[in-house]
Design a protein around this ligand. Structure first.
Ligand SMILES: CCCCCCCCCC(=O)SCCNC(=O)CCNC(=O)[C@H](O)C(C)(C)COP(=O)(O)OP(=O)(O)OC[C@H]1O[C@@H](n2cnc3c(N)ncnc32)[C@H](O)[C@@H]1OP(=O)(O)O
Length: 213
């Protein structure tokens, strides 16, 4: 696999299993689906950042309940779910972790950009440590399953918090595949705000055997 010449998250090569998984969701996604996810993400940040008066709280609660009822009427099983399966999109169409936009990639290294919103703030404009771990799981998992490697799952993830991770600033995340031994893949990641190291991680991913989910 050759390094990508320019930033283009949507050209990240997908291994066959993941391409099929993602293409199936893309084919089933209705018009406007990605806009719904973007709105949901913005809503989470707006709710976290607001201190509204009671009338606004009441109105927003009613609107949210309406939206929930609309969506709940179309509940499907996990196999048919669209959420989180659009792998060509930064954030892959989910709001659990902030959108990770891949800027460059090889078979053994990816570099991406991420901006945490207020939703992921722990306290004092610093990102919650669990959200940082979540980001590393996404980034390392993405690299683990790149380059036609069979799907894997995280069995171990260790995170070291080196300095506060800021909210609202574009950060750089870099993941590297350190080595493979049979089904075991060792990966490492770093998260930086400019030159400053915010956190680093190492993880062990296990390739799934046929039939494992
Ligand atoms: C493009 C895709 C984008 C997606 C990005 C998102 C990525 C998100 C990834 C995740 O978060 S996955 C969800 C969190 N992970 C899990 O829920 C995994 C739970 N664990 C399992 O389901 C099973 O452990 C698993 C199916 C992965 C493996 O079970 P097996 O029974 O096949 O493996 P086994 O227990 O025999 O272990 C295989 C080897 O790994 C070793 N091992 C297992 N766990 C270990 C551990 N924690 N630390 C060190 N070694 C470990 C184990 O000792 C053994 O070594 P040896 O072969 O040398 O004997």
């Amino acid at each position: 696999m050759t390094p990508s010449p320019e930033p283009a998250h949507d050209r990240v090569p997908l291994a066959p299993f993941w391409r099929q998984w993602s293409d199936r969701a893309v084919a089933r996604a209705p018009a406007g689906w990605t806009g719904l996810i973007d709105e949901l993400r913005d809503l989470q940040d707006a709710a976290a950042a607001s201190a509204p008066p009671a009338e606004t709280v009441a109105r927003a609660t009613a609107l949210l309940a309406d939206a929930r009822r609309l969506l709940a009427a179309h509940t499907v099983a996990d196999d048919e779910q669209l959420y989180g399966k659009l792998l060509r999109l930064p954030g892959r169409g989910q709001t659990l972790s902030p959108p990770l936009r891949l800027l460059s990639w090889t078979a053994t290294e990816i570099v991406g950009e991420v901006t945490f919103g207020r939703f992921h703030s722990g306290s004092n404009d610093a990102v919650h440590g669990g959200a940082v771990a979540l980001l590393f799981d996404e980034a390392l998992g993405r690299l683990s399953d790149l380059d036609d490697r069979p799907p894997s799952r995280t069995v171990s993830l260790r995170v070291e918090f080196r300095s506060l991770t800021p909210v609202g600033r574009p950060l750089t995340v870099r993941a590297r595949l350190l080595g493979q031994d049979g089904r075991k893949r060792r990966l490492a990641g770093v998260l930086r705000d400019g030159e400053r190291l915010c956190a680093e991680a190492d993880g062990l991913f296990l390739a799934l055997r046929p039939g494992q989910r």
